[in-house]
Design a protein around this ligand. Sequence first.
Ligand SMILES: NC(=O)c1ccc[n+]([C@@H]2O[C@H](COP(=O)([O-])OP(=O)(O)OC[C@H]3O[C@@H](n4cnc5c(N)ncnc54)[C@H](O)[C@@H]3O)[C@@H](O)[C@H]2O)c1
Ligand SMILES: [Fe+2]
Length: 402
Amino acid sequence: MLFSLKVKGYKAYMGALKVAAKVIPMPKPTLFTGEDSSLELCESIAQMGTKKLLIVTDQMLVKLGLLKKIENTLSNNGVEFVIYDGVLPDPTYDQVESGLKIYKNSGCDAILAVGGGSPIDCAKVIAARVTNRRAIAKLAGMFKVWTAPAPLFAIPTTAGTGSEVTIAAVVSEPETHHKTPLVDPKLVPMSAALDAALMVGLPASVTSATGMDALTHAVEAYISQNASSETDSYALAATRLIMENLPTAVKDGSNIKARHNMALASYYAGLAFTKASLGYVHAISHNFGAYYKTPHGLGNAIVLPYVLDYSKENINDRLADLAKVSGLSTGKESDQQLAQMFIDHIRALLKEFDIPEKLEALKEADIPAIAESALKEAHFNYPVPKYMDQDTCEHLIKKMMV
Ligand SMILES: NC(=O)c1ccc[n+]([C@@H]2O[C@H](COP(=O)([O-])OP(=O)(O)OC[C@H]3O[C@@H](n4cnc5c(N)ncnc54)[C@H](O)[C@@H]3O)[C@@H](O)[C@H]2O)c1
Ligand SMILES: [Fe+2]
């Protein structure tokens, strides 16, 4: 009884968020796509009169030489730059502050993120901190970035988070590694480039995990109570592209067409969830990241089929649509059958990608706190299609134990 009253409250709040998503303008970055699009973006940064750029990236990408052509193009176009390569997966507040210090000490006037979701998110928060003097903890939450951030550009090197287009930036508290997303339309970069050539060296395991992150964005946006015809179009396009291209990108990383389509899918999925939001999969997986350092995409991949199994009775029709764009329908199945086929197909993909069905690090003693934290995140942020209480959530997470 008490829980059903609470659910009424959550639903009313999500309804208000839906209205907000409709009336608040959500900017999209100017997009450069295709061969050498990252270099075209660098030329446009010069055309905008940028004098000194802070490049935010990670050491692996510098080591792989992914920045070389970008650096040359900036230099040839008269843009000075300084590199901050201290970003680690799931960036923490101190990494943001280190980047901010370099920005200020070097007299930068704009920021270019080159990397996966971690460098892009770190760059977003550095850009916000340049113009907002409040501590990061005070910027976390919804619509708390009051002043427009420093000019920000993004070149994703993974196809997963869609951070180059979303209103979110996920940074963690240094001690607890608890993720505290900043959600504000001002965080959307001014321009972004989808340059698949930068993704060919992404290892198969990172390709599959980040690709499953993009799929989770599309699916959670499509089954969200706050989905709209616009977010549906993006979510369906992303799902179709992922089902058609992710297996090839994992098997043959040098297949540029598959890499490009995955980059596009990740971008579309970002457009879908930035308005329709996410769900229990992200809420639980964020906590796996905080407790066990489980990579974001891997956590989502493991959790996704369990949450869909739990939610399916309320969303058979929506899952059936996803099955259809995944090429699973022969035209004879009921929605209920198609929904189950879609979930089974996700499980088959996980097997194909060597992604485990369960989380080895998961400890029974942690489950009550993980469930509590996941439900708090979900119920105050995500318009989920079927609510769960503490006991149900604990029971669901227990199924993910080895
Ligand atoms: N802002 C958003 O909307 C949003 C959405 C989803 C997730 N996230 C956040 O994004 C982060 C995860 O980002 P991610 O999954 O892209 O991974 P990541 O940026 O953490 O990178 C994972 C690893 O892949 C390596 N890598 C990246 N590109 C490579 C390339 N082209 N070749 C070889 N190696 C490469 C990196 O060096 C790193 O070791 C998490 O913190 C997550 O919470 C943000
Ligand atoms: Fe994600």
